[in-house]
Ligand binder design. Sequence first.
Ligand SMILES: [Fe+2]
Length: 312
Amino acid sequence: MANATGEVPGAFPPGIGMTTTMSPFIERAQAKGEVYIEQPYDLYSEENHETWRRLYARMLPRWEKYGNEHFLQGIANLCLNPDRVPRLEDVNQFLSPLTGFRAKAVSGYVPAFQFFDCLRNRDFPTTITVRHGDKIDYLPEPDIFHDIAGHVPMHTDKAFAETLVRFGDCAHTAAELAKGVTDPEERIRRLTSVIKAMARFFWFTIEFGLMKDRSGTGYKAYGSGLLSSFGELEHCIESPEVQRYPVQLEWVVNQYFEIDHYQPLLFVVDSFDHLFSLVDELEGWMRKGKLDNVSPGEPGVGEADLRSFLHD
Ligand SMILES: [Fe+2]
């Protein structure tokens, strides 16, 4: 409730900023344990909007050159404002009628099971902070540019959207299988392996996937990590240093990755129907126990992620 001067107690002044790792609004939400939040649009600073504008403007020509056609269609469908940080509400007005997906604001990290479960419900946990204007090239954390300009355009595509939902089904299967293992130590060991396999699959497809282009001889990016990185988007297509191989499930689930440099190895799908069939296969492998012993290495699987799969 507003006080006599019209201020809401505990509210932050408009324009205070929603910069990654520097936002008092996000810090407060995290301290209160609030994961799903509102997007406090008034708190974005002019510097935040300017960062968005710079990111979008320099990315556009690279998207046109290296982005998958479904992504470009998605960018057109979403009608993002190149000059202002997007309002999730506006994005959803264009997105939801197409595939039922919605961008859902979060305060930060969402444990793995909840993340995949959101996808199953066609909600996409979306970071709402903007990277610092001095670090527009790279930051380890996701920000609204990665999530809205990198991920969400893909969610306008029906086949891609179904693939994400199917991924959510996989998480449910993983949880169900884990709960069926009676020995607690063995349960954690197997679940760790299954989550690792899922994380690797997600990384090499949704985050860093390539697709054959229309000619069948070249490549276009559909992975959001590529589409939100000015440097890596060109590098992933043009550089002779990048290995590009047709996707193989047995390879992907056993392949470790590192997040702090350009990816030296990328996998190529033929289409999103192809990608969907691979997620189907992933679930089949899970049920057969074929993901219970994937090769060790990155990514690590934390306590919170394990716990998220074992909740009731
Ligand atoms: Fe991402």
